[in-house]
Design a binder for this molecule. Structure first.
Ligand SMILES: NC(=O)c1ccc[n+]([C@@H]2O[C@H](COP(=O)([O-])OP(=O)(O)OC[C@H]3O[C@@H](n4cnc5c(N)ncnc54)[C@H](O)[C@@H]3O)[C@@H](O)[C@H]2O)c1
Length: 283
């Protein structure tokens, strides 16, 4: 099946990046938000990010205009065009809310199209329980989407080979590198990244070293571009906690227990960059 028309549900951090990259590669994109203010905000973020690419001479002003013209703004999920070949859901990380979106889309979108979720940690098999499970897949882009090369493609229990191959080829058209992953908690990316971040928080909690020194060890010693605590602040400590809870519950294994300091900081609303303070302070 050839994918031409993409609908992206949610125009937040990930959704506007996903719409940006598809439109840039020539696809026709519908960007779906809850109201016109959120839609305008998402659209102006895409426009500003494209302007940055113009300034770096990666695209021309006229290309920027063409890319924006490929994006149609849609208010409310119920108005998602029936002829979408692929719908990518990128709303906030909540299983019930995502299932509700897919339940609504199941009654609207043509039956042979593919549904994908950009979830970081929720089971693809559970999200597809009440809709086209064979045509359902995880398409986990990384932040910022236009820059990051990886797409983790997650096969749910019933995902067909045809669906997987279509999404793999599509990811290559976006000049991304797809990897095939089966549906277990945290997939690969967060199953490995989050316990590392959690362990760095335990090291801080146990006074093994300061936050700065923990990050310095991982940057200079392991050649990581960013220390684990700086990365946790960037991702958001609430997001880190919720992913650790998914791993802990999903595997029933104490090795994934979230560090008490992480829980306490989330309770104190010290969420990292977005709240102005996490392991480090931000202006
Ligand atoms: N932020 C990251 O670094 C990152 C990386 C990879 C994956 N993810 C995953 O991507 C998804 C989105 O994350 P985000 O950081 O972009 O969240 P976000 O909060 O920035 O954006 C979510 C957007 O969805 C919109 N939305 C909510 N309900 C909606 C509805 N019913 N209809 C239409 N729009 C709706 C909101 O208005 C908001 O703009 C999550 O599942 C998250 O786990 C996030």
């Amino acid at each position: 099946m050839e994918i031409k028309k993409i609908s992206v549900i949610g125009g937040g951090t990930m959704g506007n990046g996903i719409a940006h990259i598809f439109a840039m590669k020539g696809f026709s994109v519908n960007l779906v938000e809850m109201n016109s203010d959120l839609l305008d905000k998402a659209f102006s973020t895409i426009s500003n990010n494209l302007e940055r690419q113009v300034k770096k001479e990666l695209i021309s002003q006229s290309e920027k205009k063409e890319i924006l013209n490929r994006i149609t703004r849609i208010i409310r999920v119920e108005n998602t065009p029936v002829d979408s070949d692929l719908v990518i859901e990128a709303i906030y990380e909540n299983k019930e809310a995502k299932q509700k979106i897919f339940g609504a889309l199941e009654g609207i979108i043509k039956k042979d199209s593919i549904f994908a979720s950009n979830t970081s940690s929720i089971s693809i098999t559970e999200l597809s329980a009440n809709c086209r499970a064979e045509n359902f897949i995880g398409m986990h882009f990384m932040n910022p989407v236009p820059v990051m090369k990886l797409v983790e493609i997650i096969r749910g229990y019933s995902t067909s080979d045809a669906t997987f191959n279509t999404i793999k080829e599509l990811s290559k058209k976006l000049e991304k590198t797809p990897v095939e992953v089966y549906d277990y908690p945290g997939f690969i990316s967060n199953r490995i990244l989050m316990p590392m971040i959690n362990e760095a928080i335990f090291a801080l909690f146990e006074n093994v070293a300061s936050a700065e020194d923990i990050d310095t060890v991982m940057k200079l010693g392991m050649n990581h571009p960013m220390g684990p605590l700086t990365l946790a602040d960037f991702i958001g400590l609430d997001v880190c906690l919720s992913i650790m809870e998914v791993l802990y519950k999903g595997f029933n294994d104490s090795k994934y227990r979230p560090c008490p300091l992480l829980k306490k900081m989330v309770a104190a609303n010290k969420l990292g960059r977005k709240s102005g303070e996490g392991f480090f302070k931000y202006e």
